[in-house]
Design a protein around this ligand. Structure first.
Ligand code: SF4
Length: 348
């Protein structure tokens, strides 16, 4: 059961409450390079990114935000770490959300940022990472615990609430599944603000996706999480794909094609690995929710492909193209992909 969180508006998107869990990503271009940043955001939009965050390391980047926002179609989040001046400029440029760590700002400067965010109706995301905990919370300990992360987040939330600011989103990130799950589960019991899920420094495409999927699956099954980002040392488009695959595999949201393919074995009559790769390329841009299957043989294949809108099932000398379990045609090996393409077009 999804935990009921406060509804927060980010640009034209709403998170929290019963709103869908949104997929986020972050650019890796120089934000001051408007052209490259907009180009990357457009690619991410196409892949299904619903909220985009950009790093704002200097004033040139902050001043670029307004132009970037004008040229894109999804809400823009400015990631600010230490500088109130950059936060104020980002707000003036019209960003849709600020990501800050209130503990890094002198009280007076934080108040200036919060007051302007209030006037503009812009939410603030409190971001706590294991690597950025306050010294007095970390004390002599070498390793941050989940409880310490929660203490830091609650302190930041309290600071904002004392300034009568309640448009808050929280993110607690550790580089491992255990602390990420524990910290977010503890936090969810204490606050009703929306929670953004992420694993910090998750790793490359393979290890980072597995780690994020493991943590998100536990948290989302507990009803925790309103937005997510699969942080990867890779092209951010991969982050968006991975985010969507996690949501789709958990049955939380549907978008585009859900692939089913067999691992192949001695019974396989076709090259499942090669064909599924090709099918993934052919279906990657389809937004309509479709289930597609590629199965090596009809021993198990036909049964497994029964729910697929379109399936390729290997048989001696070629394959069957099936639709919802019914054979549409039998094709020779060299005609599998052309016939599949033809049938796919009819479904779009
Ligand atoms: Fe093997 Fe056929 Fe199952 Fe594929 S569908 S793993 S080829 S038995």
């Amino acid at each position: 059961m999804r935990k009921k969180t406060k509804i927060i508006k980010i640009g034209d998107q709403k998170i929290g409450g019963a709103n869908p869990v949104l997929v986020q990503s972050m650019t890796n271009t120089k934000t001051s390079d408007i052209k490259s940043t907009v180009k990357q955001i457009k690619e991410l939009e196409k892949a299904g990114c619903e909220i985009i965050r950009v790093g704002v390391p200097d004033m040139e980047s902050a001043r670029a935000l307004g132009e970037i926002k004008r040229r894109i179609n999804i809400p823009l989040v400015a990631d600010i770490h230490f500088s109130a001046d950059l936060a104020l400029e980002a707000l003036k440029q019209g960003v849709d959300k600020l990501r800050i760590n209130p503990g890094n700002f002198p009280k007076k400067r934080l108040l200036e940022v919060v007051e302007l965010a209030k006037i503009k109706g812009i939410p603030i995301r409190v971001g706590v990472n294991t690597g950025s905990l306050e010294k007095d919370i970390l004390k002599e300990k070498k390793k941050a615990t989940a409880q310490m992360m929660v203490t830091s987040a609650l302190r930041a939330i309290k600071t904002l609430e004392k300034m009568r600011f309640y448009d808050i989103v929280v993110a607690l990130k550790a580089p491992d599944v255990e602390r990420t799950v524990k910290a977010n589960s503890l936090l969810a019991k204490k606050v009703s603000y929306p929670i953004h899920l992420g694993i910090t420094e998750a790793g490359g495409t393979f290890s980072g996706t597995v780690k994020s999927a493991a943590a998100f699956a536990v948290l989302l099954s507990r009803g925790i999480g309103d937005t997510l980002r699969v942080s990867l040392s890779a092209d951010p488009v991969e982050e968006v794909r991975a985010g969507w695959e996690i949501l789709k595999s958990l049955g939380i949201r549907q978008r585009g094609v859900r692939m089913v393919s067999c691992p192949t074995c001695a019974r396989s009559e076709i090259d499942v690995i090669k064909i599924s790769k090709k099918v993934e390329e052919l279906t990657g841009q389809i937004k309509k929710p479709l289930q597609i299957a590629v199965m090596g043989c009809c021993v198990n294949g036909l049964g497994e492909a029964r729910e697929a809108h379109l399936a390729i099932v290997g048989v001696r000398g070629g394959a069957l193209i099936t639709k919802k379990g019914k054979t549409a045609k039998r094709v020779a090996k060299n005609k599998i992909l052309p016939e599949f393409k033809r049938e796919l077009k009819k479904l779009q």
